[in-house]
Design a protein around this ligand. Structure first.
Ligand SMILES: *Cc1c(COP(=O)(O)O)cnc(C)c1O
Length: 714
């Protein structure tokens, strides 16, 4: 079997560009990123940094003209060689021995891992993610490749992806779905030698559904994406892989059957034999049933024996304490899909539904994916130290004999793939002053200590340039967005001319889930106005985020925020960017001076956006929740409120709003504007150094994936 894409045509001299375009490696390499952006700068933005679409959109004449430019061809060859070396170096853990300690895991012992996730956030050109869970999965795949771990991701190819965000004239979120042609995406269809697509089959009531398999290449790792959009499928089944987190329950159930069952079948059709199956959240948990049924058939085992045999090879990561994050399906909905096939599992219907029942709670006909995953997994973890604790308490019911501390749920704190999130100016500082290969030495604390030797003006200048880059992007996007909404010219001009490239810039961008409390900042509106209205110490705030289509509470918060941005006293100083995606996120985390994070503890299992800000020289202002409980020190940011408490929400919200405002007024703004004779905020810059060197070496997916490998995969 081979993979073949209907690749865009390019002249022979440019052919190596296809290898780059079809491997997300390009996105981790600064030179490759620059190369694409320079091929056709305006077009590059228009195609939302999608290299395949770029190559399709260039005319034949334009491509011919590029192919005769020696400089371009030389640079292309250089990048292509570099990619070749980088990918070849694999086959072992590419870790710095000085930071690895005594661990002796070698690639020969490293088992093949299949990593299942409902979303993967690789890049904005492959819109099959909605938020933090997907971004984390994307960074996990990348770091697995860097580490040379045998690794395959399994997900769904959503034809319409997640929605684009627009607003009605009364500022209510509208969801707009684009159909993207798969041949414009940086993925290839897997085909048999004769050119026919590989298909796998999943049984549904009275029919079968066929799935095509696409592959996205991420460095050395592959990401398999299942696609039900085939003519031979029932019309309603073609749409299984249409929208991410479809709100129709029946469609959602079929999505999860396709992901779990179809995913296992796709691996076996490709003769890939993973030794570990990692479920990134419960959406893929049906995979355990498929594995169980196969093992029972192959080896004639009973259900309990097969379950025991498989347990050590299933790894389950839970990602949220919020109850809506733990998917349940009604028994009536599931029956037609599962009951006719129970013979394979030798289970009665009641025994089967018991697998999705949360022990110790009333049996109310809900089948819970997390409970299913827990029952079949030998390793279970939360995604920060605090979330580990919260999860042990939350799931203690599944081990009624056990005390809370002894509940077998551990934690692996999340991270980011630092290389893809750091902006060009900070990257240059690191390469110059720390090490040219700082990305692969990311965990080396001694190297990060050298940040103290970087001259203050160099650090500050890098920070300023990244802030300018962000503001340029805000202007570019604001123009497009407001034009789309028919807002008059004056509004547009007023919105963006107030932005100041030397002003303290605060960012807040995330899903508009209510527990994240996007409007906490606006609670003391008069004090906020006083703070933002001070022309000697200007402050500006940039926000972005989507609410889940079914979450009216989140949409209400968005509406309130937009109304604040239109308030005459805040106008031009508070801007909301529409259509938050990886591209917007990258600019924001690179450009902001302060990153605001206000979840109500302990609801934020980890959060990762703040981790992206720190290596870019931004500082964190956060409640004591998720990763910040481990990341905070008095010298690297600021902590709002007292953290996890059982007191009434309203009381906590009031306290946190007060704490947030007074830190801004008394600490953050004065520190930022406390300048020496050269105009440098030396004390602020010291905090930046502390934040960079304490956060960066630990909160990285390189450490995270290594920890998974050492604790759970081996
Ligand atoms: C990093 C990231 C997130 C996660 O942000 P949190 O603050 O952890 O919720 C969500 N969406 C995008 C686009 C991101 O880049």
């Amino acid at each position: 079997m081979k993979t073949y894409g209907h690749a865009p045509w390019v002249p022979e001299a440019l052919e190596p560009v296809l290898d780059l375009a079809y491997n997300f490696w390009w996105n981790t390499d600064a030179q490759a990123r620059r190369f694409f952006s320079r091929l056709a700068p305006g077009l590059w933005n228009e195609v939302n940094h999608n290299p395949i679409l770029l190559l399709r959109s260039l005319t034949k004449d334009q491509k011919m003209a590029l192919s005769v430019q020696k400089e371009i061809c030389d640079e292309l060859r250089e990048i292509h060689d570099h990619m070749g070396q980088d990918l070849e170096e694999g086959g072992r853990f590419k870790l710095n021995p000085t930071v690895r300690g005594t661990s002796d895991l070698s690639i020969e012992q490293a088992p093949m891992v299949a990593y299942f996730s409902a979303e993967f956030g690789m890049h904005q050109s492959l819109p099959i993610y909605s938020g933090g869970l997907g971004i984390l999965a994307g960074d996990h795949v990348r770091s697995a490749s860097d580490l040379g771990l045998p690794f395959v991701g399994v997900g769904l190819l959503y034809r319409q992806g997640y929605f684009h965000q627009r607003f009605s004239l009364d500022n209510w979120q509208l969801e707009h779905f684009d159909e993207h042609g798969c041949h414009n995406l940086p993925i290839k269809q897997i085909e048999h030698d004769d050119g026919t697509p590989l298909k796998v089959t999943v049984r549904l009531p009275n029919r079968e559904v066929k799935l095509r398999v696409w592959v996205a290449q991420v460095g050395r790792s592959s990401l398999l994406l299942l696609d039900s959009y085939l003519k031979e499928n029932w019309h309603e089944d073609r749409n299984i892989t249409s929208k991410l987190y479809d709100s129709d329950r029946d469609t959602r159930l079929r999505q999860e059957i396709v992901l779990g069952v179809g995913g296992v079948r796709a691996l076996s059709a490709l003769n890939i034999k993973p030794q570990r199956f990692h479920m990134n959240e419960g959406h893929s948990a049906f995979l355990v049933l498929e594995r169980c049924a196969s093992l029972m058939e192959e080896e004639g085992l009973s259900f309990p024996d097969a379950q025991e045999r498989l347990r050590p090879s299933n790894v389950f990561t839970t990602h949220t304490p919020v109850s809506a994050g733990h998917e349940v399906f009604r028994r009536e909905l599931m029956e037609p899909y599962f009951v006719p096939q129970l013979e394979k599992l030798q289970l009665s219907a009641d025994e089967f539904f018991e697998l999705g029942h949360r022990t110790g709670t009333e049996a109310n006909g809900d089948f819970e994916m997390t409970s299913l995953a827990i029952r079949f997994s030998g390793s279970i973890n939360g995604v920060s130290k605090l979330h580990g604790e919260v999860s042990r308490r939350q799931w203690n019911c599944m081990w009624p004999e056990s005390s809370e501390e002894n509940v077998p749920i551990g934690h692996v704190t999340n991270g980011i793939h630092t290389g893809v999130w750091v902006g060009p100016e900070m990257r240059r500082v690191f390469s110059h002053y720390l090490s040219p290969d700082w990305v692969s030495r990311i965990e080396d604390r001694d190297m990060w200590d050298k940040i103290d030797d970087v001259p203050a003006d160099d650090l500050w200048e890098a920070r300023r340039r990244q802030r300018v880059r962000l503001l340029d992007e805000v202007v570019r996007r604001a123009e497009q967005q407001l034009i789309l909404r028919n807002v008059e010219r004056n509004t547009l001009v007023g919105r963006i001319t107030g932005l100041d490239s030397n002003a303290l810039t605060i960012g807040f961008a995330r899903r508009f889930a209510t527990y994240k409390r996007a409007t906490l900042l606006f609670r003391h509106i008069d004090r906020l106005k006083a703070l933002l209205g001070n022309s000697e110490r200007p402050v500006q705030i940039i926000l972005a985020g989507k609410a889940h289509p079914a979450d009216d509470g989140g949409k209400k918060l968005l509406q309130e925020v937009i109304e604040f941005t239109n308030d005459s006293d805040l106008f031009g100083r508070v801007v909301l960017l529409e259509d938050y995606d990886i591209g917007v996120a990258r600019r924001l985390v690179q450009g902001c001076d302060v990153w605001l994070n206000t979840p109500r503890p302990p609801k934020e299992a980890s959060g990762t956006s703040g981790m992206k800000v720190c290596p870019n020289g931004g500082l964190t202002l956060s409640t004591k929740d998720g990763w910040w409980v481990e990341g905070a020190s008095p010298l690297n940011g600021w902590t709002i409120g007292e953290g996890w408490s059982e007191r009434p929400e309203e009381e906590i919200d009031a306290e946190d709003a007060e704490s947030l405002m007074s830190i801004l007024e008394n600490e953050i703004v004065p520190l930022f504007y406390d300048r020496d004779e050269n105009g440098l905020p030396q004390n602020w810059i010291d905090r930046m150094r502390n934040s960079i060197k304490t956060v960066t070496p630990y909160f990285t997916t390189q450490r995270m994936v290594r920890e998974y490998a050492e604790k759970y995969y081996r």
